[in-house]
Structure formats: C-alpha cells, structure tokens
Design a protein around this ligand. Structure first.
Ligand SMILES: Nc1ncnc2c1ncn2[C@@H]1O[C@H](COP(=O)(O)OP(=O)(O)OP(=O)(O)O)[C@@H](O)[C@H]1O
Length: 746
C-alpha cells in the first residue's frame, strides 16, 4: 500500500481510548499523523489480522496497537487501541459488520463487552433510598427471554451480541453491556427493558434509523457514508477527539440528528423533540452545513437566532467551538428581539424609545385603568388582548379588530366591548408613545412591517430588472435579500410578528428556514400557526426522540408533569412526545415537602451542603417567583454558600450556585437542580387559578403554560433533581405522595 490514507474514529472507540495512560494518548496522536501520511511506513508494522479480512493492526508504541477497519480504497476507521497482548492472543474476540437494518458499520470487542457486563453486575446502586429486601429466587430470569433472536435482529441488535444478551439477568448487567455495544443495540435493549413492546420499539427506535435502500453487507465504502455509521467526519475531528475536554456532540451525531442536519429541504423545515434531544446541537450543525455549502463569492450571511440574549451568546460560543472563526464570520447570531430592534433603529435613526418588559407594561395598564376609572377588564386581560390578538394579528384599525379571530382567548366579548377595548388600547399606545417607551411586541410588529415592505420593494425591483432593460444598476443594498438561510432555535416562543419578520428576510426557496423547538416548552404564550404566516413546514417536519441530557428516572418524572394536556405542532396540528426516551440512568428524583417556606429554605441549604461539591455552578436553584430568588440568595449567603441570581443576560458568576425564576432556565442545563416552592398557588400561581370559574378557557391556557414552565425547569437536570414545596404540593406533581422518600409518580 502506498500514498496517503484517511483515518476516522468510530463512535465509542473514543471512550476506551480516553481511559488509556497519557503517554499512550500522546503516541496515538503521533501515530495518526504517520499513518495518514503513509500507512506503508515500516515503523507502523501495519498488518492484517488472521481470519479478519478487513481488520488490521498497526503499532502505536512498544506496547499498544491500533485496530483499523478497512472501508475500501485508502479509507480506514480506527476502532480500538489495545495492549499488544489483548490483540494477538485471542483474535476471536473481535467482530465487525454492516448492520443489515441501518447499513451502519459496527465493531465489537466481545471480551471488553463481557467484562463490562460483569463489572456492571457489581456496580453500586446509583439510586438512593431504602435497599430492597433480598428475595430468594431459585433461577434468575433473563431480561430478554420474551423476545426471540429473530425479533432482536429485526430491531437492529448486533448479531455477535445475541448470545451475551440471552444471559443478562439484571439491569446493572444490561447497563454494563451498553457501555461498549453499538448505539442501536443499546437503544433497542433499553427501550424493551423499559417496557415498550416490540412494535413500539420497531416504530420509535429502529425505523427512524433504518437504511432507505437495501443494505449490501460487503459494501463498506457506501456504509461509511450512511448517517448510521457514527464516525468522526474528517481527519481533524479525530485529532480533536483525542484532546482533553473533547465534547462528543461536535463529531458524533446520532443518525437521526445527522439525517436532519444534512437533508435537502425544498422549503421551511421544522425539527421538534423533547428536552435534551439535541435540537440546539442540530441547529448548530445545520448552520455549519449551510455555510459549508455557500459559494465562495456569496457574502449574504446565514442568520442564527434564538429567544434571548444569553442563549444567543451561548450559540456563538458553541458555533466557534464547532466550526471555527471562518464559519462563524459568515453567520449573524442574534436574539430575536435584538434583531427586531436593529431593523427598527436602522429604519428610524435617532429614535429614543426605551424597551419595557411585561411587568412594566402591566403597571402602565393599571395606571391607565385607575385614571379612567375603568373596572370592566383588568390589566392582565387587556395586555394579553393587545399583545396576542391585536399585535399578534397585526390589527391596525377598529374595523379589523371587530373582525379579529379570538380562538382560544377566553371569555367571549361583544361588539360593544370591542369598541371600548379598542379605545383603551389607543389610549394605552398613546401613553407609551408620550413616555417614549415600547414593548418588545410593538418593536417586533414594527420590524415585521418594515421587512415586509422591504421584501415587496425587492420583489418589484427584481421584476423590473427582468421585464425592463432600462432599470439602472443601483448600488443600494435594499434589493438584496438580508439572509441566504435562517436557522431558529427555541422556535416555540417566537411570536407571529417575529415569524413575519423572518419570513420577509429570506427569499422563499430550498433550505430557506430551519427551525427547532418543542411546544411542550412554550413559556411565553405565543401560539402561532406557521402556515398562515407564510412559513409552510408541511411535509418537512421531523422529530428527535433520544435525550442526551435527561436520565430515564428524571424523564419519567418530567413526563408526569405534562399530564394529559394537549400540545400543538406550531401549525394547528397536534404534537406529542411519543418515542421520547433516554439511555442514561441516575438517581431517582427526590420529592421533599416542608411545613413552611422557611423550613424549605433550611432544607435547601442542607442539601447543598450535603452535596459538598467545589463545583458550585453545577448546582442551580429554581423558584417560581422573583422575590423568592432574593430570599434563596440571601439564605445561601448566610450559610456561607456563594450564590448568584441569573439575570436577563444569564449568570454573572461561574463559581457560585445559580438561582433564578423558572423562565430564566430556558435552554440551560445543570448537573444538580433544586426546584423549590413547587406548591399549589405558586405553580400554578393563585393568579392563574382565579380564572377557574370566571374564564375557563383562560384558566386552561394559564395552567398549560404553568405546566410547561415546570416541565422546562425539571428537564434542566443532567443528574440529580430535587423538588420541594411548602403547604399544598403542586397539582402538577401527581396525586401520589411519599413524604421523605425519593420518587415521583411516573
Ligand atoms: N450527538 C450528541 N452527542 C453527545 N452529546 C449530545 C449530542 N447531542 C446532544 N448532546 C448533548 O445533550 C445535551 C442537550 O442538547 P441540546 O441542548 O442541543 O438539547 P435541546 O433539545 O436543545 O434541549 P432543550 O429543549 O432542553 O433546550 C447537551 O449537553 C448536548 O451537548
């Protein structure tokens, strides 16, 4: 063999490599350079392994050998690095195949897997709580006895593992097996063990990753290009994977993630998925994919936008890590309200208006109602009517408001009422004008109109250019589209005006808009129907279902919070979380009642002390109300625990416990989360509960939003989740209660 070679790293091989001594990792670094430059270099002692036509070994250092799978031509995959004695003494331990279901390449070291099964058997139970009474069992039952080998194979389980799987009797052994087993085998076995039926697993786990075409078991070259082959995508990625602090999401995408990232879409596309399924990761990879395909002379940027400022900052930082400066330079990353403000500021330079948030906007309503002596409607109702019905549908006149749809808005209002409300809204807007302030929604609405007008002028300019030779070449930029592509994260919280603005910013066509979001996590009450806003996602929707953040235990608890509520798909259809699952496991969530808020605060301090970790920012405390944030901060401070509130721009300090209201936790994640004050009256709030009899529709909407808020908060934990309350436990935590004991109703 002569000339250069490519070398990729197979998923999970990095895990074993990571555990090798430092000097061996250094040697691998040198090895991969040499190998790529010239695999025939005699110093590498590159040779085929007996009985394995595609498997080769090569020298890393005196004691260690790299195992390389030949995919064809000069393409190799690094599948393991092992001590010399573990390579040549027992060659039967190695197996590889193209999975007949997915068409992805899989490698197995049966001895390593067997070892981890046995170490799994002696693993300590990660879940606290009373130890189960030992029950004498004559014959341990195997976990997968109910399924035939044919069934397991048809679900995509790796054939060489069938024998080992038949012997598994405990969950810990199963977790041991999954450490080095191929991804699909792991997912299938855990889903079956979780109680899903064969048909459910086929439908939810296997089919989404099955190959689209018949699989040729010998064509490794084609297999290498399939999303189901989880390898680093290029040579540089392999080098990164060996570095300290390597983040796997950068190179190993799940096959369903890779599919949605690389697909060609004929128009706007939507990716949904429960918390932690990698929607943000997918949005970042999609941006990279789109930039990689831009022509060299194409300087129209790609827009990456999200809901708030600190998430935008996080996206920028992660895009730099993923794709580097050159790519990031071609991407505009900005939160949606800032984008709208820029548009308005550019169009109306010299404006002095300040933004006000919803709390301030409500105060203004209250003052207006007091001054007018108006008691028929409260500030909340009027603010919501103005924001969601009037601004939400771009209503400009009284006549249009008379005709406006108010579906799902709560109590019906007469024509006479509408006339009075319209008058109040006019006075309110005038009041804000005089004070030179405006709400984010007003800015978004104004920006949408400006962009629609700009798009209209651009379209007529283009039409003129085509139809008339006399149009001069103008140097103005208004006739260029603002963006080539738009990618949106946290799509569930954007308002109708935001979507109208975005729609006008990018020409309709292939890959124009790519949005990711989860309507179960909608916390700002913006219900939209994308189709009616010109963002037609029909036929271009996909779903991610495997959570990389949440453990199975926390996932069950979080799903319990959602209850029987119904959710939409941003486009007037229903959406659910069927298939949502995890392969991670950890401690069960802890439910902790307290008699008073004071006692709850004491327990919170004790809990953090008990964790006794120097990594304070791996801990977060989430509370339902702003005043409680200050109280928690205060109490932690008194106990000598450094704490900091999460502000609108995110947390200011990184060596402190982060404390915030539920809204502030959107998009974040922490090793350990405490949700405090999860009591009825707070979650949902008394304010929401007051509508139960007066306005049932509104009551339902408020309750759904409160559920979503608690769902967002509870799904931020990577590992430990503690939920506490004082007084009456929140109705969203289910009916079972076992004070002092861990566990939540599933
Ligand atoms: N392919 C992957 N490999 C490894 N880790 C991944 C992968 N995809 C996602 N993750 C990790 O899972 C976690 C959740 O990812 P991400 O934030 O993208 O999920 P999300 O769906 O946007 O979550 P949420 O809806 O809760 O905000 C992150 O820590 C991320 O690094």
């Amino acid at each position: 063999m002569q000339g250069e070679a490519t070398l990729r790293l197979l998923d999970k091989a990095d895990r074993e490599i990571f555990k090798l001594p430092r000097e061996v990792k250094g040697a691998i670094y040198d090895f991969q350079h040499k190998f790529r430059r010239d695999p025939a270099n005699p110093g590498l002692r590159f040779k085929q392994l007996k009985g394995h036509p595609r498997l080769y070994s090569a020298r890393v250092n005196q004691d260690y050998r790299a195992l390389l799978l030949h995919a064809g031509d000069s393409d190799y995959i690094l599948v393991a690095v092992k001590h010399r004695k573990d390579v040549y003494d027992n060659l039967d331990r190695f197996a590889y195949q193209i999975n007949p279901v997915t068409g992805g390449i899989e490698f197995l070291d049966l001895v390593s897997i067997e070892e981890t099964i046995h170490s799994g058997a002696s693993r300590p139970d990660p879940r606290p709580g009373p130890a189960p009474e030992p029950v004498p069992t004559p014959e341990p039952k195997t976990l997968f006895a109910a399924f035939t080998a044919e069934q397991l194979l048809s679900l995509g389980v790796a054939e060489p593992l069938i024998g080992l799987i038949a012997k598994i009797t405990t969950e810990d052994e199963l977790l041991g097996l999954t450490e080095y087993a191929p991804q699909l085998t792991t997912e299938v076995l855990l889903a079956l063990h979780d109680g899903r039926t064969y048909e459910e697993v086929l439908d939810q786990v296997t089919t989404p990753v099955a190959a689209d075409e018949p699989v040729d078991a010998e064509d490794y070259q084609t297999a290498l290009t399939r999303p189901a082959t989880q390898v680093t995508t290029d040579d540089t990625a392999l080098r990164e994977a060996l570095e300290d602090g390597f983040e796997r999401w950068r190179v190993f995408l799940h096959p369903t993630q890779r599919k949605v990232v690389e697909r060609e879409y004929s128009g706007p596309a939507r990716v949904s998925g429960g918390p932690g399924t990698g929607k943000t990761i997918v949005a970042l990879h999609r941006v990279k994919h789109l930039v990689d395909r831009l022509g060299p002379g194409d300087d129209t940027p790609v827009l990456l936008t999200t809901f708030n400022k600190n998430l935008a900052a996080d996206l920028r930082q992660r895009l730099l890590v993923l794709a580097g400066n050159e790519t990031a330079r071609r991407v505009e990353i900005v939160n949606i309200d800032k984008l709208a403000t820029q548009i308005v500021a550019d169009a109306e330079p010299g404006g002095h208006r300040r933004w006000i948030d919803d709390t301030k906007a409500l105060q203004e309503w209250e003052h207006l109602l007091d001054e007018q002596g108006e008691t028929r409607w409260d500030a909340e109702f009027l603010h919501s009517e103005w924001s969601h019905v009037i601004l939400g549908q771009s209503i400009n006149s009284r006549a249009d408001y008379f005709r406006a749809r108010r579906a799902g808005r709560g109590r019906p209002i007469s024509r006479e009422d509408r006339a009075a409300i319209w008058q109040l809204v006019e006075r309110y807007v005038k009041r804000l004008d005089e004070k030179e302030v405006w709400t984010y929604r007003q800015v978004a609405e104004r920006a949408a109109r400006l962009e629609i007008e700009r798009a209209r002028r651009r379209a007529s300019y283009e039409a003129d250019q085509i139809s008339s030779v006399k149009v001069q070449r103008e140097s103005g930029i208004w006739h260029r589209p603002r963006y080539r592509h738009i990618v949106v994260d946290e799509a569930q919280d954007l308002s109708a005006a935001h979507w109208k603005m975005l729609r006008a910013m990018v020409p309709e066509g292939p890959n124009d808009i790519f949005l990711v979001g989860d309507t179960h996590q909608r916390i700002y009450g913006n219900y939209v129907s994308l189709g009616s806003l010109g963002v037609n996602i029909r036929g271009r929707s996909s779903k991610l279902t495997l959570s990389y953040r949440i453990t199975q235990e926390n996932l069950k608890a979080a799903l319990g919070i959602l209850g029987e509520e119904e959710w939409d798909d941003l486009d007037d259809k229903r959406e659910d979380l069927s298939g949502y699952r995890s392969v991670l496991s950890g401690p069960r969530p802890v439910l902790r009642p307290a008699s008073t808020w004071d006692v709850e605060l004491d327990a919170l301090v004790d809990q953090i002390k008990e964790w006794d970790t120097p990594a304070l920012s791996s801990i977060a405390v989430c509370v339902p109300r702003r005043d409680m944030v200050a109280q928690v901060e205060n109490r932690l401070g008194k106990a000598g625990i450094k704490a900091v509130a999460i502000g609108p721009d995110g947390p200011k300090l990184w060596d402190a416990v982060h404390v915030g209201t539920m809204h502030r936790f959107k998009g974040l994640e922490y090793q350990r989360m405490i949700l405090a004050g999860v009591a009825d009256g707070l979650v949902p709030s008394d304010r929401a509960l007051q509508y139960e009899h007066t306005d049932p529709l509104r009551y339902r909407r408020e309750l759904r939003q409160a559920r979503s808020l608690l769902f967002v908060a509870a799904t931020r934990a990577r590992d430990t989740l503690v939920i506490s309350w004082h007084g009456q436990k929140s109705r969203f935590l289910g009916s079972q209660e076992s004070p002092g004991h861990p566990g939540l109703p599933g």
